[in-house]
Design a protein around this ligand. Structure first.
Ligand code: ATP
Ligand code: MG
Length: 583
């Protein structure tokens, strides 16, 4: 066998006619049905040869773009000493996603969910001088996160493959350059992988860095929600700035009104005959110290959990019982006359509201005309609302539209978030010791594989983008073992491979219908169908998977066209490589 042609007769790619019963999303079903992956247990998968080929392609695209944007590849251990996590302070705060273990000597370890601690320790005492900077080190490796809800196949696994990179700079200016390089690299990766993607502003509050963006593969089934605008602005809903326009209710005196049976904002607005934007929605939660907060947002908005977390450290809503114990009345909370010790925070848009419509902390009663300063105080102001579709774009004011996506990558400016607690420094130009200014950059390699399928499939199977297809062309002889069709198909496969394409041949003695179904399911970008009747005229049939277009072409012409197509693929025009074949 020359040219590494994939032979379906020997390939380990058991395809299935039926969807696996426990697969919950198209990519999970199709990757299993196409014989590319197998599920071992919740969130744990094996890659079979075809899945492996795609995984390697994605890795290689990632590797090439990292290398050409200043990255240097390393490999760090998967099992990490707890000691490093104690140093960074994350052993306690990482929570149950961190799988902790103890070795035979009683030493504690964890399975790496990410590698900030290891890398920071790695460079300690070895990257010493500003002259050594910048550095960008990356690796492609397994990660383990004991996710609360592993689901959607490879999209949210427990064990998964990630490329993570870490940059070290002397100052913010250097970090900015390193960050932009990675942003470029990630954009190129997404383009080469044929993804329809957006770069969106992300939340960086908890990390405390100065900025972060996510690379989202757009997909209706994606877990992430984003808003975008025609001006180019795009943000994760968790991070999107929000500027509600609450409406003032016409009452200036504090007045307690009876509101029997009123527990929701809609009921309150209907009772008063005002808009929901005139009523304040209240929300009770606890902060890191266990202190209780009641948060207020305009009634027509929802509370944004991530923004709450950024404000008070955690997002821990009180249960109904906890509310009762704290003396809070569900459905009638307000800032006037709260139990002692309960703190108040509110959305910044409410700061200029002269009069609030709020609960009276008494079932069946509300206040109108509650005045900030006169009747109550607010301890903290912040943007606390969840953006809505149609809200004005914070850049240009046009209405925002909503979309869903799969986060395939995220880039972060970390600053000294790790170098400071872990005390990792370098010597600057004036001989002074300073903390490294770091960035970190992750791509979900296995998640990207599934995201590509999620974006690119139809009822018959996967439609691989050219850049990451397990092979580019599948040659399908309609009969095998004869002395015309199979030899012609073999020659064709050889030639296409010689031209530089990756080629498969379906040399199984299966019915044509089975081969067609499998070729569509596996999703090779181009099928070349070789039959007796066509050969008599020197022709074969080609079928393009993405569009379903078919054409009869002369074999000699096809080889010439393959030559053009290969050159098109080299010039980077990856989506249109086979265009010329169907003109
Ligand atoms: P998510 O919000 O989806 O849980 P994350 O923000 O926690 O992801 P990061 O820490 O930014 O993830 O990790 C970098 C990349 O690793 C992500 O952009 C994603 O592509 C991938 N990734 C994270 N968690 C998983 C997972 N459970 N399964 C597969 N890939 C993952
Ligand atoms: Mg992320």
């Amino acid at each position: 066998m020359t040219n590494n042609i994939i032979r379906m007769s020997t390939l380990y790619a058991p395809t299935l006619k039926e969807d696996p019963s426990d697969a919950d999303i198209a990519s999970a079903k199709l990757l299993i049905r196409a014989g590319m992956v197998r599920k071992e247990a919740s969130g744990l998968y094996s890659f079979l040869p075809l899945g492996m080929r795609v995984l390697r392609k994605i890795e290689n695209i990632v590797r090439e773009e990292m290398d050409s944007h200043g990255g240097q590849e390393i490999l760090m251990p998967f099992v990490q000493p707890a000691e490093l996590w104690h140093k960074s302070g994350r052993w306690k705060v990482y929570g149950d996603e961190l799988l902790r273990l103890t070795d035979r000597h009683g030493n504690e370890f964890c399975l790496g969910p990410t590698h900030e601690e290891v890398i920071t320790d790695l460079v300690n005492n070895e990257l010493r001088s500003y002259k050594d900077l910048p550095k960008n080190l990356y690796h492609i490796q397994l990660k383990f996160r004991d996710e609360r809800r592993p689901r959607f196949g490879l999209l949210r696994g427990r064990e998964f493959i990630m490329k993570d990179a870490y940059s070290f700079d002397a100052d913010e200016e250097g970090l900015e350059k390193s960050y932009q390089l990675m942003r470029d690299a990630y954009s190129k990766m997404c383009e080469r992988m044929g993804l329809d993607y957006r770069i969106v502003q992300a939340d960086s509050g908890q990390i405390g860095g100065s900025g972060s963006e996510e690379f989202m593969a757009l997909a209706e089934t994606g877990e992430a929600e984003l808003v975008q605008c025609s001006c180019g602005y795009a943000a994760d809903v968790e991070a999107a700035e929000c500027a509600p326009k609450p409406v003032a209710y016409p009452a200036t005196q504090l007045e307690k009104i009876t509101t029997p049976g009123v527990h929701t904002i809609a009921e309150l607005a209907a009772h008063l005959g005002c808009s929901e934007a005139a009523c304040m929605k209240a929300f009770a939660c606890r902060d890191e110290e266990g202190c209780i907060w009641v948060l207020f947002v305009p009634g027509d908005y929802e509370v944004n959990e991530v923004k709450v977390e950024n404000l008070i450290g955690v997002f821990e809503p009180l249960t109904d019982d906890e509310m009762k114990d704290a003396g809070l009345v569900k459905g009638s909370m307000g800032p006037v006359g709260l139990p002692a010790g309960v703190k108040v925070a509110a959305d910044i848009s409410l700061r200029d509201m002269p009069n609030w419509v709020v609960g009276a902390n008494e079932d069946g009663f509300h206040y109108v005309g509650a005045q900030l300063g006169r009747d109550f105080q607010v301890e903290k102001w912040a943007d606390l609302c969840m953006v809505r579709e149609g809200d004005p774009c914070p850049v240009c004011g046009e209405p925002l539209s909503h979309a869903r996506g799969i986060e395939v990558g995220q880039i972060f400016k970390l600053g000294d978030k790790y170098s400071r607690p872990m005390d990792v420094k370098f010597m600057d130009e004036s001989g002074e010791e300073r903390y490294f200014i770091m960035g970190c950059y992750g791509v979900g390699v296995s998640r990207t594989l599934a995201a590509a399928v999620e974006q690119s499939h139809d009822e018959n199977g996967i439609v691989w983008p050219f850049g990451i297809a397990p092979a580019h062309i599948c040659v399908i002889p309609l009969t095998v073992g004869d002395d015309t069709v199979q030899p012609a198909a073999e020659r064709l496969a050889e030639k296409a491979a010689e031209l530089g394409f990756e080629v498969a041949i379906d040399d199984r003695s299966e019915r044509a219908g089975v081969k067609f179904a499998d070729a569509d399911l596996i999703g090779w970008p181009l099928q070349v169908i070789v039959g007796k009747r066509g050969l008599a005229e020197g022709k074969v049939e080609i079928k393009r998977r993405r569009t379903g277009e078919r054409r009869d072409v002369e074999i000699t012409a096809l080889m010439e066209l393959f030559g053009f197509a290969y050159r098109a693929s080299r010039s980077g025009n990856l989506l249109n490589v086979f265009d010329g074949l169907f003109k």
